[in-house]
Design a protein around this ligand. Structure first.
Ligand SMILES: [Zn+2]
Length: 96
């Protein structure tokens, strides 16, 4: 597991804890204000999905076109190494 994957796992774990705290409050502290926790959870989710897009994924091919594995956008060979629509890092290598 590389540093990026470790960071993603750690953030996912923290996001779970925050989700559990919100659930606890809703069940046992119904008057508590969860807006700060909700905001943290949202920020964590954005960070996680942004980091996940940095891990290259293979494009999928429906001949003659290539598509982003994350958002299904049609991507061309002239694209840089990421999807111009969602930012997913693209692995252009072809399996033998
Ligand atoms: Zn995409």
């Amino acid at each position: 597991m590389n540093e990026l994957e470790r960071a993603i796992n750690l953030l996912k774990h923290r996001a779970e804890i925050i989700r559990d705290m919100i659930a606890y409050n809703m069940n046992f502290e119904p008057k508590s204000d969860n807006s700060s926790l909700e905001e943290q959870k949202k920020a964590m989710d954005v960070a996680i999905s942004s980091l996940e897009k940095q891990i290259p994924k293979k494009r999928y091919i429906k001949f003659p076109c290539s598509y982003c594995p994350t958002c299904n956008e049609n991507i061309t060979d002239e694209s840089p190494n990421y999807c111009p629509n969602c930012g997913q890092s693209i692995d252009w290598s072809v399996e033998e």
